[in-house]
Ligand binder design. Structure first.
Ligand SMILES: C[S@@+](CC[C@H](N)C(=O)[O-])C[C@H]1O[C@@H](n2cnc3c(N)ncnc32)[C@H](O)[C@@H]1O
Length: 724
C-alpha cells in the first residue's frame, strides 16, 4: 500500500485555502472568488517594475517585449502525481494515454500544440504542465472531465497542484531516504511534500526510512496548511515546527557528526542536517502571473526590506548544515537584491567553508540562466552603483551587503576593477568576483512558467567561528532561560553580528512556555499500549509501539484524556528523546503520523480497545496486524464502498458475512483479495498494490470508516480496472 492514497479528508474551506494560498509570497490568503471578480479591474503593468528590471538587465533588450508579454499572461496550470500514492502508475498512465489525446482537439482550437505535457526535466513523467490556466480548466465545458479528474485526484491525495518552478528546489537538493532534512520556511508545504516523497522513495509498505524532515515555518496558520497538505503522505518521519528560522534552536543529536564538536570539546553533539532547504520569504515578483495584484503594489523597497532577513535565514541554514551537506537557497523573486546579493553575502561570510555548486549539468532540459555578476541598488531616491554613493540618510534601508562587492567606502580597497571611481566622480559599476554565474534564474518566458531563483551550496568545512552557530552549544541549565552565561553571550554576539548588517535581527527569544501548543509527550500508559497490541495482534518485535507513540496531552491517566496517538519513526523518536529539554525552545506544531483515535464510549461497548486506526495510519501498520482483518472479494468490497453499511446476511458471499459477524466488535480492516489469496488466511500479504479500508464492526452490520469522496474515488478506480 502506498502512502499517498485515499486518506485525504478535510474540509472544503481548508482545501481551498491550500490551493489558493500563494505558496511563495508573504501575504494574507484570499479566496479564489474574489480573485476572479477582481482580475479584470487590475492593471497588468507597473512603470517602476519595468524601469527596475530594464536597468538590472535581467534579460537582453531584444527579449524585453516577450518577457513582458508572457508576464501578463495567466500562468498555465501544473500538477504532480504523488510518487508514493498507491495509484501513481495508473494516474500517470491515464494522463499519458487518455488525456493527452482526448484534450488535443481543444488545444488546437486554442492555438496550442498540446493540451497537457509532462515537464521534460522532472523525473519519471510525474510532473505535468497544462497549456490551460486553472481558470480555463474550471470554466471550459470540454475540459470538464479533466477538471473533475484533477479535482478528485487532488482531493484524495493522489495528485498535487503546484507551480512548475516551485518543484525545482527539492530536485537540486538531492535527498536520500536516510537524510535528515530541514525545510526552514516550509509553509504551505508543496516542497515539504516533495521532500517527504524523496525520503520515502522505494520504501516497502510498512518499512520506515531512516531519515526525517523537519518542516519549520514562523507562521502558525500557514503551518496548519502544511500539516493538512502533508497528511496525505502518511508519514511518520515528519516534525512540523513553528520557530523563526533564523533562530532555529540548536538540538541535540545521537549522531557523532561534527568535527567542530571534537575540536571545541563540546559535551554533546548538535543535530546537524544532511540537507537544508532555505526557500525564504521574498517579494514574490516571479509569481506575477499567478498573483496579478503584485503589479499594483510592486516597488523596489520590498526586496530591499527582505534582504537582511534572507541573509540571516541562509546563514542559520548553513550553520545547521552538516559538513559535506547541501543547502538550496531559493526565492520566487527575480530581484538580484534578494537573490545574488544574498548568496554573495553568505559566501563572503562563510569564506572557504561554503561553495556555490555548479549544477549546469543537472536537469539539462530545465531552461535556466546564469546568475548575475553585476547589479545596482534602487530606492525611492534613485539608483546606486556602490555603497559609497548612498547618502547617510538612506543607509538605514540600503546596506553594503546589497552591492556586488559587499563593501562599504571604508573597507573598499583601491585598485580593484570593481570599485574604480569614474572621472565624473560617480562610482564605476561593481562586479562581483564570486562565481555567481553558478546560480540559476528561471524567467517566465523561458518555458512558460513563473520566475524563480536557485543557488545550491555545499558546506566544505565548519563555518568560521564568528558565523557558525554550530559552535554554540545550548544545554539546559538551572538558569531562567536554560542557557549558560557564556553560551548565551555567544548567541547574543551572533545575533548582534547578524544584526550589524543593518537588519532588525533580535536576540533569540527563548520560549519558556509552549505558547498555546500542548507539549509532545511519550505515551507510557501500558494499559493503552497493550490494549492496542492485543486487539490488533501487533508484535513489538515486528512493529514496536513502545517508545514510538506520542500524544499532545500530558494527562495519560486512566480517565482517558488521550484522544489521539501519533506514531513516530525511529529518527523522529531519537530527536524527540534527546531534545525534551530543548523542546521548550522548539515549538512543535505537529509530529509523526496520527495512528490511533479514541472511540466514544458508546461506540466502544463490549470492545476491549477504545482506539481505532486512522485512515492515514492504516497503510503503515497494516503489514504488522494479525487480528481484526477481513478479506473481501471484489463484489463485496465494491458494495461496501457503494452502500457504506451492509448487514452481515446481505453480503454477496455468505462466508464473508459470517466472518464479519465473528470478528470482535469495533474497528477492523477489510482487505480486497485479488483472487489468489485465501479468504480465511491469517496474515495479510501486503504489497504496494494491496487495497484495504477501515470499517466498524457493529452488532449487525459492517460500516466503512472512509470519507464519501475517498469511497467514490476508490470505487471508480476499481471499476476502471475491471473495464480494462
Ligand atoms: C516562500 S514561502 C515558502 C514556500 C514553501 N517552501 C512551499 O514550498 O510551500 C516563505 C515562507 O516563509 C515563512 N517565513 C517568513 N519569515 C520567516 C522566518 N523568519 N522564519 C521562518 N519562516 C518564515 C512564511 O510564513 C512563508 O510561509
Amino acid at each position: 500500500m502506498g502512502r499517498g492514497g485515499r486518506r485525504h479528508r478535510g474540509g472544503r474551506s481548508q482545501r481551498n485555502q491550500l490551493e489558493d494560498s500563494n505558496e511563495n509570497v508573504r501575504k494574507p490568503l484570499k479566496s479564489e472568488a474574489s480573485f476572479d471578480s477582481n482580475i479584470h479591474n487590475r492593471t497588468w503593468s507597473n512603470a517602476d517594475f519595468e524601469e527596475y528590471y530594464k536597468e538590472q538587465r535581467i534579460v537582453k533588450p531584444e527579449e524585453w517585449d516577450t518577457f513582458m508579454e508572457v508576464l501578463r499572461k495567466p500562468l498555465p496550470a501544473a500538477f504532480r502525481v504523488n510518487s508514493n500514492g498507491q495509484f501513481c502508475d495508473e494516474i500517470r498512465s491515464i494522463l499519458e494515454n487518455d488525456f493527452i489525446k482526448s484534450l488535443q482537439a481543444e488545444a488546437i482550437e486554442s492555438g496550442e500544440l498540446e493540451a497537457i505535457k509532462p515537464l521534460p526535466w522532472y523525473p519519471n513523467n510525474l510532473a505535468w504542465h497544462s497549456n490551460f490556466s486553472r481558470k480555463e480548466i474550471r470554466k471550459n465545458q470540454t475540459l470538464e472531465r479533466f477538471h473533475e479528474f484533477l479535482k478528485l485526484e487532488t482531493e484524495v491525495g493522489n495528485m498535487t497542484r503546484q507551480e512548475a518552478v516551485s518543484m525545482v528546489p527539492p530536485l537540486f537538493l538531492d535527498v536520500h531516504p536516510d537524510h535528515f532534512v530541514l525545510d526552514m520556511c516550509a509553509a504551505p508545504g508543496s516542497k515539504t511534500f516533495q521532500l517527504l516523497e524523496l525520503i520515502h522513495e522505494s520504501a516497502e509498505p510498512g518499512s520506515l526510512p531512516n531519515g526525517m524532515v523537519v518542516a519549520n515555518d514562523v507562521d502558525y496558520k500557514r503551518s496548519n496548511l502544511l500539516i493538512h497538505q502533508t497528511k496525505r503522505t502518511c508519514t511518520t518521519n515528519l516534525m512540523v515546527t513553528n520557530n523563526e528560522g533564523q533562530h532555529f534552536p540548536n538540538c541535540n543529536s545521537k549522531r557523532t557528526l561534527s568535527i567542530a564538536s571534537e575540536i571545541h570539546h563540546h559535551p554533546i553533539d548538535q543535530l546537524l542536517f544532511d540537507r537544508v532547504l532555505c526557500d525564504v520569504p521574498c517579494s514574490g515578483d516571479g509569481t506575477l502571473r499567478k498573483a496579478p495584484d503584485i503589479w499594483r503594489r510592486w516597488n523596489s523597497g520590498s526586496g530591499n526590506g527582505l534582504h537582511s532577513l534572507q541573509v540571516v535565514l541562509a546563514m542559520r541554514g548553513l550553520s545547521l548544515l552538516k559538513v559535506g551537506g547541501r543547502m538550496v537557497y531559493s526565492t520566487c523573486s527575480m530581484n538580484p537584491i534578494e537573490d545574488e546579493a544574498v548568496v554573495a553575502e553568505v559566501l563572503r561570510r562563510c569564506g572557504c567553508s561554503v561553495e556555490l555548486v555548479d549544477v549546469s549539468d543537472k536537469f539539462p532540459e530545465l531552461i535556466r540562466r546564469p546568475g548575475l555578476k553585476k547589479w545596482k541598488v534602487h530606492d525611492s531616491s534613485g539608483w546606486y552603483r556602490s555603497y559609497k554613493d548612498v547618502p547617510k540618510s538612506q543607509r538605514d534601508g540600503i546596506l553594503k551587503t546589497m552591492f556586488p562587492s559587499g563593501k562599504s567606502d571604508k573597507d573598499s580597497t583601491c585598485g580593484e576593477n570593481s570599485n574604480e571611481e569614474m572621472a565624473s566622480g560617480e562610482s564605476a559599476e561593481e562586479v562581483c568576483d564570486l562565481p555567481l554565474e553558478r546560480c540559476l534564474r528561471i524567467l517566465p518566458h523561458d518555458q512558460n512558467t513563473g520566475g524563480f531563483f536557485i543557488a545550491v551550496l555545499h558546506k566544505v568545512s565548519p563555518l568560521p567561528v564568528s558565523e557558525g552557530a554550530e559552535d554554540i552549544v545550548v544545554e539546559e541549565s538551572a538558569s531562567d532561560n536554560g542557557l549558560k552565561p557564556p553560551e548565551k553571550e555567544g548567541i547574543i554576539k551572533l545575533a548582534q553580528e547578524l544584526g550589524g548588517m543593518g537588519g532588525k535581527t533580535k536576540v533569540p527569544a527563548l520560549q519558556g512556555k509552549w505558547k498555546g501548543l500542548d507539549p509532545v509527550v511519550f505515551l507510557r500508559d501500558e494499559t493503552v499500549i497493550n490494549g492496542i497490541k492485543t486487539f490488533y495482534g501487533i508484535k513489538d518485535e515486528s512493529f514496536p509501539l513502545h517508545g514510538h507513540l506520542v500524544t499532545r496531552n500530558s494527562d495519560t491517566s486512566s480517565k482517558g484524556n488521550v484522544k489521539r496517538i501519533y506514531y513516530v519513526s525511529k529518527s523522529v523518536k531519537d530527536v524527540l528523546e534527546l531534545n525534551s529539554a530543548v523542546g521548550k525552545k522548539i515549538k512543535i506544531a505537529s509530529v509523526g503520523l496520527k495512528m490511533f483515535e479514541k472511540q466514544s464510549a458508546r461506540e466502544c461497548e463490549a470492545n476491549s480497545c477504545s482506539f481505532r486506526i486512522t485512515s492515514e495510519g492504516l497503510p503503515v501498520i497494516l503489514p504488522y496486524m494479525t487480528k481484526q482483518i477481513l478479506y473481501a472479494t471484489m463484489v463485496d468490497f465494491k458494495n461496501l464502498l457503494l452502500y457504506k453499511s451492509i448487514k452481515f446476511p446481505d453480503f454477496a458471499l455468505a462466508e464473508f458475512g459470517q466472518k464479519a459477524a465473528e470478528v470482535a466488535m469495533g474497528y477492523c480492516v477489510v482487505v480486497l483479495v485479488d483472487g489468489t489469496q485465501e479468504l480465511g488466511s491469517e496474515a495479510v500479504e501486503v504489497n504496494s498494490s494491496t487495497i484495504a479500508i477501515g470499517c466498524w464492526k457493529g452488532k449487525a452490520s459492517l460500516t466503512v470508516m472512509v470519507t464519501t469522496v475517498d469511497c467514490h474515488q476508490l470505487h471508480q478506480r476499481l471499476s476502471d480496472r475491471e473495464r480494462l
